[in-house]
Write a protein that binds this ligand. Structure first.
Ligand code: COA
Length: 316
């Protein structure tokens, strides 16, 4: 049997930090309200010269360095993003060019905030099926460019960043399983219109409290599904690495798992919601600061527009 194993991680955050107090100068909100309802204190915002592909490549370079491999070993690039620099070429092709990797397949996956778990699942299945031996999986987003900065319901939440994971084929898991779902009937609760159709500006729209309720319900079912599929109990999870959308959603899912918050990687306070980048950013942070150690069991999940949601159960 073939499995995939994480051999390196990396991340990138733009240097500009936007605090709640700064936001409160332009929209009718307060630091107290944002912290109480979301857990967010600040977020990183891309500069005019940052690109989604450039941030992805920066995160990828760290992952490649951490793994200590030659870039030309990489035979697959999958990028999760909802904010690509161009409709085409794909962000993955732009990353491939920036990293100087030769002619491997490279493509993007669009599953909004769930994108990283989708991309990880695709790469894992390429490796299990024998089509890849070394896959680069990246989540990269510049959400600040699709935010209506006058909409206090969304501009306080979303932010920019990139995270990357390098997978290699292994004889043992690695990734035990991935679990993906989507339900298009929720398409009107969270969406960004296409800039090609001029009827409305291409800014994100969200019915926040309705998104919140569905997210909590679906994520609780999802994490149980991932454990059940592997006949594991919650006591076997060392680290829960959730999508960083809202601290209250994270706490509700951790409570469902009966996990203390000490075993949950939380970056939402500093990063905000970086959509497809949030899970690999959190994973990389907890690996680099020494919390996550080799051999430990990790549960990753994410949820977003579509709705689409996904989880991955992994031995690191
Ligand atoms: C957006 C979110 C923080 C709003 O919190 P909430 O507790 O649900 O608040 P509601 O939307 O019910 O709004 C409650 C009140 O706060 C107001 N409000 C909304 N945003 C505000 C802000 N930034 N500052 C102050 N007040 C705000 C609303 O206008 C509303 O006022 P009203 O009662 O006078 O009409 C919350 O719904 C949320 O995080 N939802 C999930 C979003 C998410 O995770 N999306 C991404 C999924 S990937």
């Amino acid at each position: 049997m073939k499995y995939s194993q994480i051999v390196g991680t990396g991340s990138y955050l733009p240097s500009r930090i936007l605090t709640n107090n700064e936001l409160a100068q332009s929209v009718d909100t307060t630091d107290e309200w944002i912290v109480e309802r979301t857990g967010i204190h600040q977020r990183h915002i891309a500069s005019n010269t940052d690109t989604v592909a450039g941030m992805a490549a920066a995160a990828a370079k760290q992952a490649i360095a951490a793994a200590g491999i030659d870039v030309n070993k990489i035979d697959l690039i999958v990028v999760a993003t909802s904010t690509p620099d161009k409709f085409f070429p794909s962000t993955a092709c732009l990353v491939q060019e920036q990293l100087g990797i030769n002619e491997c397949p490279a493509f993007d996956v669009g599953a909004a905030c769930a994108g990283f778990n989708y991309a990880l699942s695709v790469a894992d299945n390429f490796i299990r099926g024998g089509m890849s031996k070394c896959a680069l999986v990246i989540g990269s987003e510049i959400m600040s460019r699709i935010i209506d900065w006058n909409d206090r319901g969304t501009c306080i939440l979303f932010a920019d960043g990139a995270g990357a994971v390098l997978l290699e084929v292994a004889s043992q898991p690695g990734i035990f399983s991935t679990h993906l779902h989507a339900a298009g009937q929720y398409k009107d609760l969270l969406y960004t219109p296409s800039g090609l159709h001029a009827a409305e500006p291409a800014y994100m729209k969200m019915k926040g409290s309705e998104v919140f309720k569905v997210a909590v319900t679906k994520l609780s079912l999802l994490v149980s599904e991932a454990l059940d599929a592997n006949k594991m109990s919650n006591s076997e999870i060392d680290w829960f690495i959730p999508h960083q959308a809202n601290l209250r959603i994270i706490q509700a899912t951790a409570k469902h798992l009966n996990l203390p918050m000490e075993q949950v990687v939380v970056t939402v306070g500093e990063h905000g919601n970086t959509s497809a980048a949030s899970v690999p950013l959190a994973l990389d942070q907890a690996i680099r600061d020494g919390r996550i150690k080799r051999g430990q069991v990790l549960l990753l999940e994410s949820f977003g527009g579509g709705f689409a949601w996904g989880a991955s159960l992994i031995r690191y």
